[in-house]
Design a protein around this ligand. Structure first.
Ligand SMILES: CC(C)(COP(=O)(O)OP(=O)(O)OC[C@H]1O[C@@H](n2cnc3c(N)ncnc32)[C@H](O)[C@@H]1OP(=O)(O)O)[C@@H](O)C(=O)NCCC(=O)NCCS
Length: 184
């Protein structure tokens, strides 16, 4: 039986997961019409470069990448196919924002949904954020998405919506809803 594991991505040990991160992002854009930086038709080189930069930010200490694995053989070396979900925490470096963490790119493989992966990754992200003094978590998501229903259940407070905030995969503008959570 595979074992679900949530942990931080390590730039040295997990660089081989890069194409699998790009794959999950592409799946969420095509399957869920998620607003996730790029518009279809997707260019795989751009997605790979994007995740390369995200992993560099982990190395620079400005971002955490949390991964959900479903491991056949639990151990430090994850296989690409075992990657089932991801969420990142961007940590602004400006002097006035060192207490903030921005939750970005929460994505779970369509075939791995409703098993608690998002909930577990967010709880893990919050623990790691507190360890780094990032006690104010901020995020946005699309109005009408499953994520909009999920965040309040995890203690996130809605503070407003912006009509026509982003351009969605169908090239229509979409409304975004903004949340925050103070961690104790
Ligand atoms: C939103 C998303 C991350 C949820 O991932 P998940 O692993 O299925 O979520 P979980 O199983 O941890 O569910 C957590 C809670 O969220 C809510 N939820 C999740 N999916 C839902 C859905 N489709 N409809 C209604 N509520 C939903 C439920 O309250 C759920 O708790 P419950 O199962 O105990 O009722 C996933 O659907 C996804 O990757 N969607 C596409 C990308 C996206 O929109 N990301 C969010 C960007 S901010």
């Amino acid at each position: 039986m595979p074992t679900p594991t949530v942990r931080l991505l390590s730039p040295s040990d997990d660089a081989h997961l890069l194409p699998y991160l790009a794959y999950i992002q592409a799946a969420c854009i095509y399957h869920d019409k998620m607003v996730a930086t790029f518009l279809p038709p997707l260019d795989s080189d751009k997605l790979l470069e994007y995740w390369r930069e995200m992993i560099q930010e982990v190395g620079a200490g400005t971002r955490l990448i949390i991964i959900q694995l479903d491991e056949l053989e639990p151990g430090p070396a994850a296989k690409g196919g075992e990657l089932k979900g991801v969420v990142t925490l961007r940590m602004p470096q400006t002097e006035t924002c060192t207490h903030q963490g921005h939750l970005e790119k929460l994505m779970v493989c369509p075939s791995y949904r409703r098993r608690g992966a998002a909930k577990t990754m967010i709880r893990f992200l919050e623990m790691e954020a507190v360890k780094r003094g990032r006690r104010l978590i901020m995020l946005s998501t699309e109005v009408g998405s499953p994520a909009e229903k999920m965040y309040p259940k995890l203690g996130y407070v809605e503070y407003g919506t912006v009509p026509g905030c982003s351009i969605g995969p169908s090239r229509d503008t979409v409304d975004d809803v903004f949340f925050y959570k103070q961690l104790s």
